[in-house]
Design a protein around this ligand. Structure first.
Ligand SMILES: C=C(O[C@@H]1C=C(C(=O)O)C=C[C@H]1O)C(=O)O
Length: 183
């Protein structure tokens, strides 16, 4: 498969511990801090849910990803999660290379990573970090507009010595913002 022009995603979020970020609305806060499967939550808000795979390959990790992941050989997987065709979430995951070759993440393709992470409860989720960002290039390429900054979250999933980092940026049409229309 050839990668999308969106791979790697044109965003460079600055991550903060959750208590450093003011989230203006309880509904949004609830979405950002929900430790369950985001896939399942999104599926409950649409008729057709789709994982659009942008790319999955060995690529440069950011300095902060490297610090968290350590020396594990990794591949980066990036997707757009779509509900009824609308881009709802842009996600970047750092996966142990070994588990994508022979193991739970082999042949993942456009199946949701969440189905595996939450299926057998082997992976333990660590606390969320949050970000706020403007992502003009990403939004333009996706054909979206936003009147407000976007929120995102990331957390580490741990299983034995394996580390999986999942970062999710909530795009303007995501139901996480549904009750919130700031001026
Ligand atoms: C981690 C989850 O999986 C979702 C699916 C992803 C994928 O398929 O690459 C990436 C991030 C997620 O939002 C989840 O459902 O919570």
């Amino acid at each position: 498969m050839s990668n999308s022009p969106l791979f790697p995603l044109p965003v460079a979020p600055h991550w903060h511990t959750a208590n450093e970020v003011v989230v203006p609305e309880a509904h949004l806060k609830n979405w950002l801090q929900d430790t369950g499967s985001l896939t399942e939550r999104l599926q409950a808000h649409c008729r057709h849910f789709e994982v659009q795979l942008l790319g999955q390959q060995k690529t440069q990790l950011s300095a902060d990803e490297l610090e968290i992941i350590g020396s594990q050989l990794s591949v980066v997987r990036e997707v757009i999660l779509r509900g009824d065709g609308q881009p709802w979430v842009a996600a970047r995951s750092v996966l142990p290379k070994a588990l994508t070759e022979d193991g739970p993440f082999a042949a993942l393709g456009s199946q949701s990573l969440g189905r595996i992470l939450f299926n057998d409860h082997l992976f333990e989720r660590r606390p969320f970090e949050l970000c706020q960002l403007e992502a003009p290039n990403l939004l333009e390429t996706l054909g979206c507009e936003s009147k407000h900054r976007l929120f995102g979250r990331r957390s580490l999933f741990c299983y034995q010595h394996w580390r999986v980092m999942v970062a999710e940026i909530f795009l303007p049409q995501c139901p996480a913002y549904k009750l919130w229309s700031p001026r």
